[in-house]
Design a protein around this ligand. Structure first.
Ligand code: S3P
Length: 476
């Protein structure tokens, strides 16, 4: 039976290198300029056309955060880890290739089932660890590799080369790691010398799960107790999964935040991981359901970890008709099936404290806010500027090109909803979420919306176009 969800109810929900065992598809090969992410692409554009209601039921692809972690911890562990529902996006496949380069074996069993056989540690790889477009993959792999006495060079595509790595490597250096930067310090490529780590106490200045996770994964192989204090909580998938792999992780709740403590020297043991559906991906078909007249879209198997559901809380405050059914626990996470029906939305002020629980969702929130009555104020989101692109800048530019009134601030932006003209070609700067957000917008705009570099969508959401077409959306 379906029950209505409210913001309140969501908030309470709760050395030897082996040959790779699989020929993984290559990551999107991108030109590597000296700096910046703005690279021309010859890939055909993709256009979304309005006028067709979206109706039907789909399944959310596997969660990207959990998929990266399952592969990495499976490789650090001793024995076999079976993963069900792994996201087969380019970012995650880059991590699969990376852990193979570090000595683990990764087998595709069919469907989205994978088996990782870990050696209980990482070995020095023969080649460069290419993390593709994946900030999460790069930062978590650097953290986990740091604990072992190995040398490894990390690199990525043009976008990843422009993203700050110092936010992780500064702390890993305090733990005893050594990093050589071949270009600008703090930007990939970088060569790590790992091993002989000691624990640190780290207090987060930004609510970043990537930073927390890199330190905890390094702390597993450090002497002493590593602690990470988060005044604002970030997604806790690493803590949950470390426990599933047999580690003891202590969490002390302190006000709105918490302190996470991990004793070094704990071995990980292979386990099974059921990857729930990614709320960050489910957001796109659900958004189309909300803004395209006549639509009703149901997405099944969506993870409802309260540190990931800020977007759904915000949409409900905007008046969205969102319902949840079949709440259950799967793979240690709350999961449910969410239905979005076309709704008359109104603008809201998004609480700044919610930013960490929806940091990847502001682009699609902004797209839906373009159809809401009044202003939607999104502040305290400076972190958006250091994602796959400067997402504040890109959304401001893209929405304005589509005739939407947007005010830009240094750490936020304000969208005033109304008539969305569309009729533009939007530059996406290699950013999958910028591309998908504008395509969803185009399904409800007055005129079609086109995006460049649509191949980047496969980093997080392979099958996005086919899924939207299957629901009745005209994208092609
Ligand atoms: C992620 C954390 C977030 C998010 C990213 C995935 C993770 O980054 O933007 O897409 O899996 O830990 P930050 O932790 O740096 O905010």
């Amino acid at each position: 039976m379906e029950d209505g969800i409210s913001a309140a109810s969501l908030a309470t929900m709760g050395g030897r290198c082996q040959k790779p065992s699989l020929a993984w598809p290559s990551p999107r090969s991108l030109p590597l300029p000296s700096e910046g992410a703005s690279v021309a692409s010859s890939t055909p554009h993709l256009t979304a056309r309005p006028g067709h209601p979206l109706r039907g039921t789909v399944r959310a692809p596997g969660d990207k955060s959990i998929s990266h972690r399952a592969l990495i911890m499976g490789a650090m562990a001793t024995g076999v880890t079976e993963i069900e529902g792994l996201l087969e996006g380019d970012d995650v496949l880059a991590t699969a290739r990376s852990v193979e380069a570090f000595g683990a074996t990764v087998e595709r069993l069919g469907g989205s089932r994978f088996r990782v056989t870990g050696q209980g540690g990482f070995q020095t790889p023969t080649g460069v660890i290419d993390c593709g477009n994946a900030g999460t993959g790069a930062r978590l792999l650097m953290g986990s590799a740091t604990g072992y006495p190995i040398v490894a060079t990390f690199d990525g595509d043009a976008s990843l080369r422009s993203r700050p790595m110092g936010r992780v490597t500064d702390h890993l250096t305090r733990m005893g790691a050594r990093f050589d930067w071949s270009g600008r310090p703090g930007l990939l490529p970088a060569t790590l010398g790992g091993g002989a780590l000691h624990a640190i106490d780290h207090v987060q200045t930004v609510a970043s799960a990537q930073v927390k996770s890199a330190i905890l994964l390094a702390g597993l192989n450090a002497t002493g107790v590593t602690s990470v204090t988060e005044p604002e909580r970030s997604r806790d998938h690493t803590e949950r999964m470390l426990r599933a792999f047999g580690a003891v992780v202590r969490v002390e709740e302190v006000g709105e935040g918490w302190i996470i403590r991990l004793q070094g020297g704990q071995p990980l043991t292979g386990t099974t991981v059921a990857v729930p559906g990614d709320p960050s991906s489910a957001a796109f078909p659900l958004a189309a359901g909300l803004i395209v007249p006549g639509s009703a879209v149901r997405v099944e198997g969506v993870m409802l970890n309260p540190l990931r559901t800020g977007l759904f809380d915000t949409w409900i405050e905007m008046g969205a008709d969102l319902t949840i059914a079949n709440r259950r626990v799967s793979g240690g996470e709350d999961v449910g099936d969410i239905t979005a029906r076309h709704s008359a939305l109104k603008g809201v002020v998004v609480p700044e404290a919610r930013a960490a629980a929806m940091i990847d969702e502001y682009p699609i929130l902004a797209a839906t806010a373009a159809f809401a009555a009044g202003r939607t104020v999104m502040r305290g989101v400076g972190e958006m500027r250091v994602k796959e692109s400067d997402r504040i800048r890109l959304m401001v530019d893209g929405l304005r090109a589509c005739g939407v009134a947007v005010e830009e601030e240094s750490e936020g932006f304000i969208v005033t909803g109304g008539r969305v003209a569309g009729g533009a070609t939007v530059h996406t700067a290699h950013d999958h979420r910028i591309a998908m957000s504008h395509l969803v917008l185009g399904l409800a705009a007055a005129d079609p919306v086109t995006v460049d570099e649509p191949e980047m969508i496969a980093t997080s959401f392979p099958g996005f176009v086919e899924m939207m077409q299957g629901l009745g959306g005209e994208i092609g």
